[in-house]
Write a protein that binds this ligand. Structure first.
Ligand SMILES: C[S@@+](CC[C@H](N)C(=O)[O-])C[C@H]1O[C@@H](n2cnc3c(N)ncnc32)[C@H](O)[C@@H]1O
Length: 409
């Protein structure tokens, strides 16, 4: 395989004491270069040494901070949005909240507090979390639940979830590895900074057509480097005639995931809210690493830094509205994307800030609240970088014309 690739860039690794690097090295020595998607999957979710699998990576002491970790205002406004849309659908029961990639559980905790305050405590309501990291699922359990509950060994053998417990407000909480394993019923889907963590393939247009960027081991000094495939690869078949960019990032796993969400919304009823940094199909080279809140070379010390790529929202919208002919669901409706600043402002973040400030007796807290508000909404901070996308079933078209999704216009 090595000879079928051209070197396009190289990176030096200081020593190879890194456990994940050793595994990757063995794999590349045995079978040659791997795709960026395979590399990203291994680096983030390898069961023994993946970045997310055995540590808390969030907050000041971690590598990055997310909107729900900045202020309770974020999750509270999302809770109001979800309740509003559930009510618009006629308050169906049973119903469930499904969050993809819940991190520390902070967003879900803020959402559940608002649900409880507004007396949304239907007996048929459940919380289902799609989380691949056993470590983070424990952090989420401590954040959301009364007690640390049933272990995997105590669950029935045919159980789709790997853990279950009870929320502080009495609803069942269950953890799944995959969105397809979640039970089927009316669902409010939530995905904040989830899709940017899903693997991408990188492609480059050369004279002979599309070629894939692969990651290879330089045997002389055990460094990782980017190489270009000489032949077409399965991912390169995704690129069709109309594409004007010469560099592409595509994420088939993201498209499959949004299609599962779209199919569920069509077949069982529900609404989806996807929030992430991203673009409308016009960006090229966004694959990068983050460590200690700074950009980090993705090929250095794999497993010690977050790897991410901007979400292609135009591709997500296309997938959510184009079921394959063999599938039993029809095109859903999508709204957005809109910038975080616009969504939060329309949902009333300024009023919420005033309310919190009015009950705040501590000057430091008041300053923190104002600075959190600025970070979430300032276009130079997170205000325009983060985008909101909503998904609805096609049957809601008329209702949505009369009562459009809040936050989107
Ligand atoms: C960037 S963090 C976002 C956390 C949280 N939503 C927040 O905003 O604070 C990504 C989350 O997705 C989880 N994750 C990453 N890849 C996953 C996958 N393939 N399946 C399920 N969860 C995944 C991570 O463990 C983590 O909880």
């Amino acid at each position: 395989m090595q000879s079928c690739c051209r070197l396009i860039c190289r990176t030096t690794i200081k020593g190879n004491s890194n456990k994940l690097l050793k595994q990757l090295e063995a794999r590349m020595l045995a079978s040659g270069p791997i795709t960026v998607a395979d590399y990203m999957k291994e680096v983030l979710t390898n069961p023994s040494a993946g970045y997310y699998m055995n540590r808390d990576v969030f907050g000041e002491k971690g590598d990055f901070i997310t909107s729900p970790e900045i202020s309770q205002m974020f999750g509270e406004l999302i809770a109001i949005w979800l309740i509003n849309e559930w009510a618009k659908c006629g308050r169906p029961t049973p119903f469930q909240l499904v969050e993809l990639g819940p991190g520390r559980g902070t967003l879900m905790s803020d959402v559940l507090r608002v649900f409880s305050k507004l007396k949304i405590n239907e007996p048929d309501f459940s919380v289902n979390l799609v989380e691949v990291s056993p470590y983070l699922s424990n952090v989420q359990e401590k954040c959301l639940c009364k007690t640390v509950n049933k272990k995997i060994s105590e669950l029935p053998e045919d159980s789709q979830h790997y853990k279950e417990s009870e929320s502080l407000y009495g609803s069942p909480v269950r953890w799944y590895n995959n969105i397809s394993d979640v039970p089927r019923t009316f669902t409010l889907f939530l995905a904040h900074e989830f899709f940017d963590a899903l693997p991408i393939h990188k492609l480059v247009k050369v004279d002979q057509g599309w070629r894939e960027v692969l990651i290879d081991l330089n045997r002389e000094d055990s460094t990782l480097r980017y190489v270009l495939s000489r032949e077409r690869t399965p991912a390169s078949l995704y690129c069709r005639g109309k594409e004007v960019r010469k560099d592409l990032e595509i994420s088939p796993q993201s498209l499959v995931t949004i299609q599962v969400m779209a199919a569920r919304i069509h077949q069982d009823g529900g609404v989806g809210l996807v929030i992430d940094y991203g673009h409308e199909g016009d960006k090229t080279d966004t694959f990068r690493g983050f460590k200690n809140h700074k950009l980090h070379d993705p090929l250095i010390e794999p497993g010690t830094a977050d790897l991410t790529a901007d979400v292609d929202f135009s591709a997500l919208k296309w997938a959510a509205t184009h079921p394959s002919t063999t599938e039993d669901w029809k095109a859903n409706l999508t709204y957005g994307t809109v910038d975080q600043k616009d969504f939060l402002t329309r949902m009333g973040i300024n009023m919420r800030l005033e309310k919190l400030l009015a009950s705040c007796r501590n000057e430091k807290l008041a300053t923190d609240l104002k600075s959190a508000h600025r970070m979430l909404t300032d276009p130079m901070e997170m205000g325009s970088k983060f985008k909101f996308l909503a998904l609805y079933p096609a049957v809601m078209e008329k209702i949505l014309l009369k009562y459009p999704p809040p936050g989107f216009s």
